[in-house]
Write a protein that binds this ligand. Structure first.
Ligand code: IMP
Length: 193
């Protein structure tokens, strides 16, 4: 069995990771108590590494961190690493983005969610990195009640639904986090077990 601490205190992230992980020999847990390292990196990868190294200081186990966000092509990748800080509330963030994109035709509304993941050992040394993406378009209005963040405006043409109209199980099959975590788990199985 291998124990991995996820560099977050958010139990929702643990649930999501547990739903994607199919290997009972890999046991994930979250940091107990507050965990708010200064995410001052310039990329998703930088920020994931900051979180992973910080977690290793207290957890003293393998630590896995992720950093993710929404990147809109016509906005040169914004909001990107600033996704959670783009405005004060999720509703205001969506409103700001829709305003910035007002009148843009469908073809100019392409976007992706990106998730950078990094695994470090108990001393904070990098063991492996993976990046997962999911590609879609920014809808012109919010639709759907599931998920969180920018899900209500992230339109997936292959489903003709926004991410917030998918149920959790469907989202966990295709999400940027799943696309990073699956190869990460494969690497762990092949290298550490
Ligand atoms: P985190 O790095 O996973 O904490 O995500 C940073 C921010 O990116 C979140 O606060 C959301 O605004 C956005 N984000 C990341 N993943 C998703 C997702 O799956 N759906 C919608 N928004 C997301």
């Amino acid at each position: 069995m291998i124990k991995i601490t996820i560099a977050t205190s958010n139990p929702h992230k643990l649930e999501e990771i547990n739903a994607i992980n199919k290997n009972p020999e890999i046991v994930f847990d979250v940091i107990k108590g507050d965990f708010n390292p200064d995410e001052n990196g310039k990329t998703f990868e930088d920020n994931a590494l900051i979180k992973a190294k910080e977690a290793a200081k207290t957890a003293k186990t393998y630590c896995l961190a992720d950093d993710s966000g929404l990147c809109v092509d016509s906005l040169e990748g914004r909001p990107g690493i600033y996704s959670s800080r783009y405005e004060k509330t999720p509703e205001k963030r969506i409103e700001k983005l829709l305003n910035e994109m007002k009148g843009l035709p469908f073809d100019d509304r392409s976007a992706n969610f990106t998730c950078a993941m990094v695994l470090v050992d108990k001393d904070g040394n990098i063991l492996h990195r993976e990046t997962g993406k999911i590609f879609g378009y920014i809808d012109d209005r919010a639709k759907g009640k599931n998920g969180f963040g920018y899900d209500p405006i992230f339109y997936l043409s292959e489903y003709d639904k926004t991410m917030a109209e998918l149920d959790e199980k469907e989202k966990n099959k295709i999400s940027h986090r799943a696309n990073a975590l699956r190869p990460m788990i494969e690497w762990i199985e092949n290298t550490l077990m």
